[in-house]
Structure formats: C-alpha cells, structure tokens
Design a protein around this ligand. Structure first.
Ligand SMILES: CCCCCC/C=C/CC(=O)SCCNC(=O)CCNC(=O)[C@H](O)C(C)(C)COP(=O)(O)OP(=O)(O)OC[C@H]1O[C@@H](n2cnc3c(N)ncnc32)[C@H](O)[C@@H]1OP(=O)(O)O
Length: 663
C-alpha cells in the first residue's frame, strides 16, 4: 500500500530521495520494471507506478491522483504521463476530481496491464520473466504522443468552464486542467516544466495549507472526547441491528433511506395516514434512484412501515424526527421510553432543542443523545452527535459508530441552543439582515458570500430552506411579534438589536422558493432560479424610511467581515464553553453541513489565516459601531489567544484548556 507522500511533510522539509529523478531513472532503465499494486497507490505512489514499464494490480487495489483534494496537482510527472497513457478525457476526470478508481476501472482505462486475485508480487515476477526479452521503447510513457480527440480545444474549454464553476474559487482544479493541457499541447520536457511551475505556485498557497489541515481535521473529529474525560478509544459502542425512525417528514424520510441503504432493518413510523402513504412512495423512489445510480438492488425490503409507535418495541435505536416542537418531542420521548426495551438508545434529530429536556422524559436518560442530520439526510455527509449532561459515553460511541456505518462524518458536540452549526449560523444570519437594514441588497450580500466560496449566499440559502422555519422558532421564543405598545415591529428585542425583516416577509406569505417569493422572486413556487425582486427593494426602502434608517454604501469587505467574523466569534465562544472539543470539530461541521468552502479550511482555520489579531481588531471596530449587537463583542477566548501571541491552530487546545480551567 502506498498512500502517496506524507502530507505532514508538506509544511516543512521533505525526506527521502527526490521523486522525479527517481521515476525518470526507473523509466529509463534497460531492464523491465513491473509495478505490483496492492492495497492503494495514490498520488506519488501512482506516479511511481506510472514510471514503471508495466503495472499489475490486485483486484482489490485502488489507484488515483488525489492531489487536487490537497490543493496540489500530480507534481511528479503524473499530470504528464497519465494523459499519455489513458487519454486526455479520462486523465482530466481523474486528475481534476482526485477520485480513487478500482482495479477493474483502472484496467478498463488501460492504467494497469493486468489484474489478479492472487499474490500480486508473485504474479508481477512471473510477468516480468515473460516480458524480459521484449523491447522497452514502447513502454516508456513519457515518450508516448498524447492522443487527443479532434476537438481537444473545445474539450479543454468546456472542462475549464465546468471546473471554474464548481471550484468556487479553488485554484488547484484549474491548475490541474492547465497541467493536462500542457501534456496535450507541449513536448514532454516542456510539459514537465509547466507542471513544475504550476506545482510551485500551488505548493506554497494558503489553499493547499487549508486543504491539508482539513484532511487531518476530518480524521481528528473521529477521536471524540467529552468534558467528563470519556473518549473514543475507551468507550465501546454497542452493535445496532434494527433501528426505528419516528416521523416521516422530509428529515425522517432521508434518515430512513440512509439507514436502509447501509443495510439496517428500519421500522418507519408515521401516525398520519396520508403522510405515511406519501412517505412510502417518496422513500421507495429515493431508494430506487440511489440503487440505480450505484448499480445495486434497492433496499426496499429493509423497511417496515407502521402508524403505531408500539411497533418499535424491539429496536436497538430510535431516531425521532417529528416536527421541531418541544412539547411534541417530549410526548414522543415519554411514549418511546414506555414502549422500547430498556436498553434502546433514544435519539432526536432536533436541530437545536435541549437534549437534556428530552432525556428527562425517559427512564434511561443516559441512553439519550441528539443525532442532528442535515437535509437531505440521505445525501448530506454531516451528522452532529449531541451529548447532554446525562448522555453516557456508550450512547455517544454508539451514535458515532452508527453515523460512520451510514457514511456520515460524525462530530460529537455538547448540548446548547443550536448545538455548533446552527448556533454559529445565528449571528451570521443576523448580520446579513442588519446589512439590509443599513443599505445592502440580498443580491449584493449573496454575491460577496458566493465569491468567497459558499455554494449559496445567505439569502438564497434561506429561500431554499424556507423562511417559515426560523419564523416559527422566533415566534416560539417570543421574538417575532410586534411591539405590544405601538403595534410596530421594533428593532430592539430583549435588550439587543433585532431585525424583524424576516418576520415581515413571512407575514406576507413569502416563505422562499416553495411559495415562489422570499428574498428573491421565482417564476413559480418550487422553482430554483432566484431573480432580484423590485418589490423587495421598495419594501426595504419603505422599511428604512419607517425606521428613519439612512442607507449607506456597504462594501465587499464589510459584508464579509461582519458576516464571517461574527460567526467566528461565536465559534470561539463555543470552544470556550466546551461545546466543541477543538477548532477542527467546528471546521468539519461548517464544511460538510454549511457549504463553507473547503479551500478556506473552515471558519476557525480561516480566522487563523486572516490573523487572530486582525479578527479581534475588526470585531472591536464593528462592536463600537453597533454596541447593541452582543455577537460582535469579541469573546474572552479570542482575546486570550491574541494575548498568547496567536499560536497556530494546532496549539489552540492548550489555551482553551487554560481558559476553561479558569472559569
Ligand atoms: C515538488 C513536488 C514533488 C512531488 C512529490 C511527490 C508528491 C506526491 C503527492 C502526493 O502523494 S499527495 C498525497 C496523496 N495521497 C493522498 O491524498 C492519500 C490520503 N489518504 C487517504 O485518502 C486515506 O487516508 C487512505 C489512504 C485512502 C486510507 O483511508 P482509511 O480510511 O483506511 O484510513 P485513514 O483514517 O484515512 O488514514 C489512516 C491514518 O493514516 C494517515 N494518513 C493517510 N494517508 C496519509 C498521507 N498521505 N500522509 C500522512 N498521513 C496519512 C491518516 O491521517 C490517519 O492517521 P491517524 O493519525 O490515524 O488519523
């Protein structure tokens, strides 16, 4: 197995002999060199194999050039040899996506010469003996002409456009296309020179650092810990064979699909007859489409539907996904506690309600945890596993393990309003509304955020998820109501600045895409094409006039800083409160759950890149200008980190520990 270069070395001195001359020496050798590929050959590992004269792979092997996912390109000749071996279109696919391919697919591409189910080295030795006398001139890939389709210029143009569209500001995929274009248009030596130049730019880029940090962050979140000291390596999960989902709305349906696709038996309960019928149809459709894509049989028989909560009596784990209403959820947890076997884990898919209050409804509160999925639950990779003060390490370990089995990136977090993701989203959304009050338009705010790399700006995202969702929560919190004395929507609630703009839109029935109107207008309800809405612009003008607000020019920098730094500040509060164990947890949640651009590493890594002192200074500036917005007040941990000389992100945990021990 060769997983390529040691990524940890990229930040410093690389050990070992330089790879490029070594690969050239192998390729130039007068004796045949056969690569025997077992396990995986990625990155530099595959580049080495491409320098060999033949490649034999075990049938279970996987190969790929994943450098792009680390902000790099295949810089040891991979971008020049692969297109010469398998053709430009296939090489562009592999190099720009970084995807791993199976041995069978590699054989189809002509990337390997033979696959075997036996001992690969033995087969490779026999192969070498067989070809020992054959001339090698035709086996040196660097000498191959790069076979291009006749419309290669059009192909490169199309791929470049697609890559620019999907890269969301990432530079490595673009450099990968440029490197392959060099292979297609230049002699090998000049192509290698171009590869070297492009790699030199990428190698020292902030994006490469961010992506390499994120590679390790993803792995670090699996090593969860709880404030009690319980940890991933000392807490054993209990196996789950049969699970139940309660409530088959959008979330419940997605969760059911995710469980069934991973091979779990699922009892899916929905008490409303009509909703149950619709859910059955929708779930079957999702399973069938997913199975077709993956070329397997749909897991329809894994699911038993029912209207009665009694039918979950024998399951090992339940995920409640009923409407986001505490009273309703409490009732469901009381019923579950009465119906289920005492050892059943009871989990809630709440997106921010208090897990502890739910645990209190049950006989075994230590078996209660949150399992917060993200919509669509069968697609989105993120799962927040939320432990309350009573949750046992066993329950956390089991939920984390289940998450892994259904293909999620699971992050264990503490219990607080909104957990990590939605708690940090609140100041971000709040700033976006304040910016509208002060003179910005939804289009401008979204444009700035999308240029930064978010898949969708805050207003397009709100229109997609539905404005009524937050409205209901604000009503339940007693926020979204007019001032009882004046009947007017006030801009100050509970002692702090509040923007009622979202509530006012909801009062007009503007719930976003689903109603065809929200922060934007749509051709029809359900349409996804957002268009600026002149009505909204007049509405904002009238609103400002009513509240004597003078619109001022808001620039790109102000949008970005206020939206992102207020969110980051909340991230520091979360660390200070011990809700997330480390910055990596927050970053992984934001990349996988909130489309934070991965090449910026996540909000906490981004803060480190910008410079903590700069983040602090800008927050102080904005807080001075808006003293009624507490989320702009720099938090203690941020100040402490700056006072400690802004240590690298890998050292933050030490400062956090000190700050927490002083609390
Ligand atoms: C001037 C230019 C000259 C060019 C020089 C040559 C340059 C070559 C470029 C490269 O080779 S870039 C690296 C390309 N390779 C990769 O991107 C592979 C990354 N790894 C993976 O995708 C996966 O780890 C895996 C290999 C598919 C295995 O997955 P699995 O789920 O089985 O295990 P993990 O938990 O992911 O990993 C286990 C453990 O190993 C660490 N690790 C894996 N790969 C690397 C690596 N390439 N460098 C350093 N560390 C690696 C991983 O972090 C885990 O560690 P932990 O401590 O247990 O968390």
């Amino acid at each position: 197995m060769h997983s390529g270069a040691d990524i940890k070395e990229f930040g410093g001195q690389m050990s070992g002999p330089p790879l490029i001359p070594m690969i050239h020496a192998i390729e130039a050798a007068s004796k045949p060199v056969v690569a025997a590929i077992e396990g995986i050959a990625l990155g530099g590992g595959l580049e080495l194999a491409l320098g060999c004269h033949y490649r034999i792979a075990h049938s279970k092997a996987r190969v790929g050039l994943p450098e792009v996912t680390l902000g790099l390109l295949p810089g040891a000749g991979g971008s020049q040899r692969l297109p010469r071996l398998i053709g430009v279109p296939a090489a562009l696919d592999l190099i720009t996506t970084g995807r791993h391919v199976t041995a069978a697919e590699a054989l189809k591409f002509g990337l390997v010469d033979q696959i075997t189910d036996h001992n690969t080295v033995n087969v490779a030795v026999k192969f070498a003996q067989r070809v020992a006398d054959q001339p090698l001139d035709a086996r040196r890939i660097s000498t191959y002409p790069c076979l291009c389709p006749s419309d290669v210029a059009v192909l490169f143009e199309e791929v470049m456009q697609r890559v620019r569209r999907t890269a969301r500001g990432a530079i490595a995929p673009i450099a990968c296309v440029q490197a392959v274009r060099a292979a297609a248009t230049l002699p090998y030596n000049q192509g290698m020179e171009r590869e070297r130049e492009l790699m030199a730019t990428l190698f020292t880029s902030g994006q490469a650092r961010a992506l390499q940090y994120f590679f390790f962050a993803q792995r670090a979140v699996g090593r969860w810990s709880m404030p009690s000291g319980a940890r991933w390596d000392t807490s054993k999960p209990r196996p789950v064979h049969k699970a139940a989902v309660i409530g088959l709305g959008t979330m419940g349906r997605g969760i059911t699909v995710a469980l069934a696709q991973a091979g779990f038996s699922v009892v899916a309960v929905e008490t409303q007859e009509k909703q149950l019928m619709e859910a059955k149809q929708a779930i079957s459709g999702m399973l069938e489409r997913g199975a077709k894509r993956r070329g397997v049989a749909p897991a329809l028989d894994k699911i038993n539907y029912g209207r009665n909560i009694q039918s979950v009596a024998d399951v090992d784990l339940v995920i409640e996904a009923v409407f986001e209403d505490m009273a309703l959820k409490k009732k469901v947890f009381q019923q579950l506690s009465a119906v289920c076997k005492p050892s059943t884990f009871l989990c809630s898919n709440t997106s921010g309600l208090d897990i502890d209050q739910l645990a209190c409804q049950t006989r075994n509160p230590e078996l209660v945890v949150g399992m917060h999925f993200f919509a669509p639950a069968h697609v989105m990779k993120l799962l927040e596993v939320v432990y309350g003060p009573k949750s046992s390490p066993l329950a956390v370990a089991t939920a984390m393990q289940l998450g892994k089995k259904i293909g999620k990136v699971s992050v264990a977090v503490g219990n607080c309003r909104g957990f990590v993701g939605n708690r940090m989203l609140k100041p971000y959304l709040e700033q976006a509304l304040f910016l509208l009050e002060e003179g910005a338009t939804p289009e401008f705010v979204d444009q700035v955020l999308e240029e930064f790399g978010f898949a969708m700006g805050v207003f397009r995202m709100s229109d997609l998820s539905g404005l009524d969702v937050g409205w209901k929560v604000r009503m339940a919190d007693g926020l979204a109501m007019p001032d009882p004395t004046t009947g007017q929507p006030t801009r100050l609630r509970q002692g702090r600045r509040y923007s009622p703009l979202g509530d006012l839109l909801c009062e007009q029935g503007r719930f976003g895409q689903k109603t065809g109107r929200g922060w934007y207008q749509y051709d029809k309800p359900g349409s996804q094409v957002a268009k600026p809405d002149p009505w909204l612009h007049s509405f904002l003008d009238e609103y400002r006039a009513r509240h004597a607000l003078v619109a001022h020019r808001i620039d790109h920098q102000e949008v970005l800083e206020r939206c992102l730094y207020s969110m980051i500040n909340e991230g520091f509060r979360i660390l200070e409160d011990g809700i997330a164990a480390g910055p990596e947890d927050i970053d992984v949640i934001y990349v996988f759950g909130y489309s934070w651009p991965r090449h910026h590493g996540g909000p906490m890594f981004y803060a480190a890149t910008v410079g903590l002192n700069k983040v602090l200074e800008r927050l102080e500036h904005y807080y001075q200008a808006h003293p009624d917005v507490p989320s702009l007040q720099p938090c203690h941990l941020l100040r402490k980190l700056v006072a400690s000389g802004s240590p690298p992100i890998q050292k933050w945990r030490e400062v956090i520990k000190k700050v927490r021990s002083q609390l």
